[in-house]
Design a protein around this ligand. Structure first.
Ligand code: ZN
Length: 128
């Protein structure tokens, strides 16, 4: 999993530069847990886990959790899209969209050859 973690970090660095936003509040973790309640059961990709202060209920920490079993099956372009999607939630507070974009849930928008990637990133920048 060390290799996956390194790659995820590389994509996160690229996201930080391209979207011009810090990502230090979004640590990345991989999980081998097959099923997670509330995460589309056993077919989950990744999610942002928020932790709240027990008394004030204020948001204290965020963490991106990636399903390693899903990650290994992805093309490199879709691994990168997955990272940008989760960082979109975590670092930019972006919500889901129904259009063909990085923030579309459950379905990857990047063509397998990556030909529309720059366009998708440009559209993500425009929504900030
Ligand atoms: Zn999402």
């Amino acid at each position: 999993m060390a290799e996956a973690a390194l790659l995820a970090l590389l994509y996160a660095q690229q996201f930080s530069v391209q979207l011009n936003t810090p990502i230090n509040m979004c640590p990345i973790e991989f999980s081998r847990e097959a099923c997670m309640s509330g995460q589309h059961e056993c077919d989950w990709h990744a999610f942002v886990q928020n932790t709240y202060h027990p008394v004030t209920r204020e948001l204290t920490t965020k963490k991106i959790i990636i399903n390693y079993n899903h990650w290994v099956k992805l093309d490199p372009v879709h691994r990168k899209e997955l990272m940008y999607h989760e960082l979109g939630h975590c670092a930019l507070n972006l919500k889901h969209v129904s259009t063909i974009d990085i923030m579309r849930p459950r379905v990857y928008s990047t063509h397998k050859d990556g030909s529309n990637w720059d366009e998708l990133v440009e559209r993500m920048k425009a929504t900030q």
